[in-house]
Design a protein around this ligand. Sequence first.
Ligand SMILES: Cc1cc2nc3c(=O)[nH]c(=O)nc-3n(C[C@H](O)[C@H](O)[C@H](O)COP(=O)(O)OP(=O)(O)OC[C@H]3O[C@@H](n4cnc5c(N)ncnc54)[C@H](O)[C@@H]3O)c2cc1C
Length: 519
Amino acid sequence: MRPTSLRDHPCDLPAARNGHTPHVKIVIIGSGFAGLGLAIHLREAGIEDFVILERAEDVGGTWEANTYPGCQCDIPSHLYSFSFALNPNWTRTYPRQAEIWDYLRELSGQHEIGPHIRFGHELEAAAWEEDAQRWRVESSRGTWTAQLLVDGTGGLSHPSIPALPGLKTFPGTMFHSAQWDHDYDLCGKRVAVIGTGASAIQFVPRIQQRVGKLHVFQRTAPWVLPHPDRPTTRVERLLYRKAPFVQKLVRTAVYWNKESFVPGLVKDQRLLRPVMQIGRLHLRRQVRDPQLRRKLTPQFDLFCKRILLSNDWYPTLQKPNVELVTDAVREIRGNAIVCADGSEREVDTIIFGTGFRVTDPPTLELVRGRDGRTLLERAAGCGVQAYLGTTITGMPNLFKFTGPNTALGHNSMVFMIESQIAYIMDALRVMDERGVTSFDVRREVQARFNERLQAKMPGTVWMSGCASWYLDADGRNVTIWPDFTFKYRHRTRRFDTRAYELRSGVSGPLPATAQAAPA
Ligand SMILES: Cc1cc2nc3c(=O)[nH]c(=O)nc-3n(C[C@H](O)[C@H](O)[C@H](O)COP(=O)(O)OP(=O)(O)OC[C@H]3O[C@@H](n4cnc5c(N)ncnc54)[C@H](O)[C@@H]3O)c2cc1C
């Protein structure tokens, strides 16, 4: 197969041409923080032989898709950005969606990533070809082969909509918060919002004034803390532009402040009590009605589910056109939402604030490894497992960004993504230096890594009894990293060859080192 340069891939053509399937060194799926961050590092290392397949029509990932009113990051601006591209111009201390999206688009432009991206290409299948030691990657608009495949499809990019009986026959308009219908006028409408998670508490206060009636369906009351967001001042922005080290200091301080929660999360939840007290006071101060307050009082430990920041959630729920419904939704009948207690609410619109398919994203069914089985088939019985949340046994030359147990409830995901970028870049260096054509993480290394990880789970706040999207169908925490993030950074600073079976195209398996494989 003739390796094909990028110049052979005009953006608007299907990949296969003249019977040849184009070959690149790396196919990256997704152009969010992960895909873009890696692309920037590849180009800086002089690697141009890669292509990014992106199903959307622009870069940005989460921040391109989630355009719902009020969408905002709940990590401070100075930390929710790449360490190599600090932005002195953030206009708020917590960045809003549009500003993060602009940040990522600007980075893509500055680093000339555009020519590498194929927009409108949705991954449909990827299979490892053992003989050729490469991946065959099929998108909705073309096929590539590649030595390496990088899954940057994101943990929160596939909306989850509950399978409510009767939903398909609902005659009104419905959409998910991550697919906001901006052409639909909510003015005067009877609207149901299902879910009271991170997105709903941001958009409900923004739409309340426009709609006629708003029914908010809550399954469990979330912990809501006061939002410390404020506009940044001109003096601050000038200071960060003139003295970047000051912004680095602020970023470092924010990072360590976030890490200081870890002992409370993983060891002793009593350490979280002062923060719980802040949440209780916030509720007491903003909600006077004892009955409503009872409905809004969380019945689980702080951080067991994602904590939320808002100053206008509780006040909005007390507006005359808003009703908080705490009975479970049983079915949709015509244009009525029917609850478990038999009560009905007629609505014109349903907005789902029901989150994402975190533990069972559709991409698990699209990627087939060495034995022809998909990631989902391999996960049967033991859940999705990976080594360092990044490489998966039986899936040679595959890197997965934000894979199992790399998500965070207390700190910035960009920190984890940058750790993974470093790991991938080091792997590329090792492969180059040692003539490695493929790597596959050793089964026993991955098993031991996951055993140790799961052994840390009992006693953590995420296992303290609440139902959350951090847990899979069997109640295992396959989502959250249960430790300090700097430990993850340390583990991923080098591509640890002893954890892998390495092959060279010419001579087959490379000799195993004398050392034992690491945990
Ligand atoms: C509403 C919201 C708020 C959030 N707030 C925070 C926060 O406060 N702090 C925090 O740390 N994190 C937050 N996150 C998590 C956020 O997703 C990560 O911080 C980060 O943006 C993940 O980047 P990514 O590149 O890994 O994934 P994404 O940004 O999700 O990008 C994945 C990309 O892959 C593309 N893609 C997916 N499937 C396919 C396919 N089959 N074929 C082709 N392309 C595909 C998508 O279109 C997307 O562009 C939030 C997420 C959401 C949804």
